[in-house]
Design a protein around this ligand. Structure first.
Ligand SMILES: [Zn+2]
Length: 201
């Protein structure tokens, strides 16, 4: 059984991009992407039980996003606003606030800290102007636990930005999976996070 920590009184959980397109069968599906869901659900339950915030980031692209191959980017079309591919994995327990990123055509955003609060997660348009770092600070959060998809892109970027924004950061290895565009990308990402001061559980 995977061990979940007891969340500290100043902790929050950031669930990164657990969306259909990053899961097997999706437009940019990663190996075992869906394996993070039951693990994250345990963490989500633990944080909610402790009354601590859980936030979910969502890659939220327009159909002509700069990161897509057709526009000169490196990725296939994925996580287009309002599509099933952009929806959270159906088994993910969603009980918290949703922050959307990379919703403008010309702006890439791997980090959850590029995300803005979606006041109405059922609406497909751009989110509010409340950014993740400000929102977390408003809740008294000083420490973030981060897991999701993918270790070597959005999870790594979120952990590094958490530290830049003055938060303590903990990477949850069992709750994350890599893309590994190049072999070894996952290991490199974990080394980068540790070098920046993140803890790994
Ligand atoms: Zn994307």
């Amino acid at each position: 059984m995977h061990a979940v920590v007891t969340p500290e009184a100043d902790a929050a959980l950031i669930v990164v991009d657990v969306q259909n397109d990053f899961c097997p069968g999706g437009a940019l599906g990663v190996d075992e992407g869906d394996a993070v869901v039951p693990v994250l659900n345990q963490w989500i339950e633990a944080f909610r039980r402790a009354g601590r915030p859980v936030v979910y980031t969502q890659d939220w692209h327009p159909a002509d996003h700069a990161s897509f191959k057709e526009q000169g980017g490196i990725w296939p079309v994925h996580c287009v606003q309002g599509t099933d591919g952009a929806a959270f994995h159906p088994d993910l327990k969603v009980d918290g606030h949703v922050f959307r990123k990379a919703f403008a055509s010309d702006k890439e955003g791997y980090s959850g800290f590029d995300g803005y609060l979606a006041e109405d997660p059922d609406a497909a348009g751009p989110p509010s102007d409340v950014d993740l770092a400000s929102w977390l600070k408003q809740q008294g959060v000083r420490k973030v636990y981060v897991g999701g998809l993918t270790t070597d892109y959005c999870v790594r970027a979120t952990v590094l930005d958490a530290i830049k924004n003055g938060f303590e950061a903990v990477f949850i290895a069992a709750a994350s999976r890599p893309v590994n565009v190049e072999p070894g990308d996952e290991e490199k990402a974990i080394e980068d996070m540790k070098a920046a001061g993140a803890r790994v559980v």
